[in-house]
Design a protein around this ligand. Structure first.
Ligand code: AMP
Ligand code: MG
Length: 419
């Protein structure tokens, strides 16, 4: 028996005709193609997953250089230097960072050196300028230094063949710095998935327009685009499409070219105007599911050509929760991320959390830290149309199917809405 008779493939369902969250999620993940790596410039890689290991081809530092501004010296020359009996040596010249030629250092002769400048021939140590005194031409040293002090040695940072960034890692700003230092300016990454967002419903007007009586502003379109952006994927808007077969077909058709994934809202359930399953079925394949969750029971997954389609219920809270439960993991998978789920914390409920038995509940909660524990408090009315309840939430308290109430003081798992 299928969730909605007449639509798509049959699924394993329980007595109430429900499938589990895991089954629907797995069905979505199974629709996703294996992501194809592309070679990108380093400046375009932030947040993307690296496809191949990058090993250093260089030695870094490439040459011995000064870690401080001071004097390049032979440590043995300063062996007996003290504050009372300083050693005075001749300054043979100066070398700066990026500078080319410099005079050699030899017994009795030192060279003024700046941070990052190559260590002159003959020198083995750099003495910070702050610990010296003296005028042009001669300088007094007031203490001895260990040989090699304040010298950055070649290969201290990187040697050829050393791993720089591991495959599967999300590239951070520091990785970009490291790769740049090593001259690895083009790397193989998994590209940002392009996600087309489609809001369906005759009642919808654009957020910037004034709704006539009976109409409402499209909240899901902007919200889903923002959620998609937040994952690191690229949202494209297909705009608002009325509950009209031809209009929906046209919207899919014209957007197919720039979609790695379609995310639609509205028209997913069993109303007379819920056309999405039929339309996707006509263009490709579709599975409708009544998922044992609240909010977000009516769900759609399918494929048009090679492009996966996820259809979420229209209520903004349902759409938001469904995004967290189904779309975010799908996008992370498309991005090559191994951790498809966001982190969770265990929190203590500050008031009773009520859920309906037989369904997994996702309640919007605010989190507070107190005496080393997280406290979870519902953000207010939990109806699936109450959009303010998500804007105030730090997390979704997840209450198992077989639990209908979490008592105040009991622990609950909270899916964090931050990374
Ligand atoms: P549906 O899934 O089409 O049955 O819609 C369920 C509820 O969500 C209805 O109250 C719709 O008006 C509302 N809704 C659908 N799409 C949107 C949207 N894009 N933004 C805000 N509310 C919506
Ligand atoms: Mg509708």
């Amino acid at each position: 028996m299928s969730g909605f008779v007449g639509h798509g493939r049959a699924e394993v369902v329980d007595a109430a005709g429900l499938v589990t969250v895991e089954e629907h999620l797995q069905g979505i993940l199974d629709l996703l193609p294996a992501p194809d790596p592309i070679e990108l410039r380093l400046s375009d890689c932030l947040g993307l997953v690296l496809a191949d290991f990058v090993n250093s081809r260089v030695t870094l530092p490439a040459f011995a250089n000064a870690a401080m501004d001071g004097y390049a010296v032979i440590a043995d020359d300063l062996a007996g230097a003290t504050v009372d009996e300083p050693v005075t040596l001749t300054v043979a010249g100066e070398v700066v960072a990026g500078g080319g030629w410099s005079p050699d250092v030899s017994p009795g002769r030192v060279v003024r050196i700046m941070t990052g400048a190559p260590l002159p021939e003959g020198a083995d140590t750099v003495v910070p300028v702050e610990t010296t005194s003296g005028a042009q031409g001669a300088v007094a040293f007031h203490r001895a230094y260990e040989r090699g002090a304040n010298v950055r040695r070649p290969g201290e940072d990187l040697t050829p063949g050393q791993p720089l960034v591991a495959a599967g890692r999300r590239i951070t700003p520091a990785d970009i710095g490291l790769l740049a230092a090593a001259g690895a300016t083009r790397v193989s990454c998994l590209p940002q998935p392009r996600v087309v967002v489609l809001s369906s419903g005759d009642e919808l007007v654009r957020a910037e327009d004034e709704p006539h009586p009976g109409r409402i502003r499209d909240a899901n379109g902007p919200m889903l685009a923002a959620l998609i952006k937040q994952t690191g994927a690229l949202p494209f808007s297909a705009g608002i499409v009325p509950d009209d077969r031809k209009a929906l077909m046209y919207a899919f058709d014209t957007n197919l070219g720039h979609a790695d994934l379609f995310v639609c809202t509205g028209g997913a359930s069993a109303g007379t105007r819920d056309l999405l399953p039929d339309v996707i079925d006509a263009l490709g394949e579709v599975t409708t599911a009544k998922v044992a969750m609240k909010p977000g029971m009516p769900q759609i997954r399918g494929r048009i050509g090679e492009t996966p389609v996820i259809g979420l219920p229209g209520n903004p809270v349902s759409a938001f929760v469904s995004f967290e439960v189904f779309v975010r993991p799908a996008l992370r998978r498309l991005q090559g991320r191994r951790d498809v789920n966001r982190p969770t914390v265990t929190a203590v409920a500050t008031e009773p959390l009520r859920a309906s038995a037989g369904k997994r509940a996702y309640l919007r909660v605010r989190l507070a830290r107190e005496e080393g524990r997280w406290l979870a408090t519902p953000t207010g009315p939990q109806g699936s149309h109450v959009i303010s309840s998500i804007a105030r939430a730090d997390g979704l308290a997840v209450i198992a199917e077989d639990v209908d109430e979490v008592a105040a003081g009991d622990e609950v798992r909270v899916h964090l809405l931050v990374d």
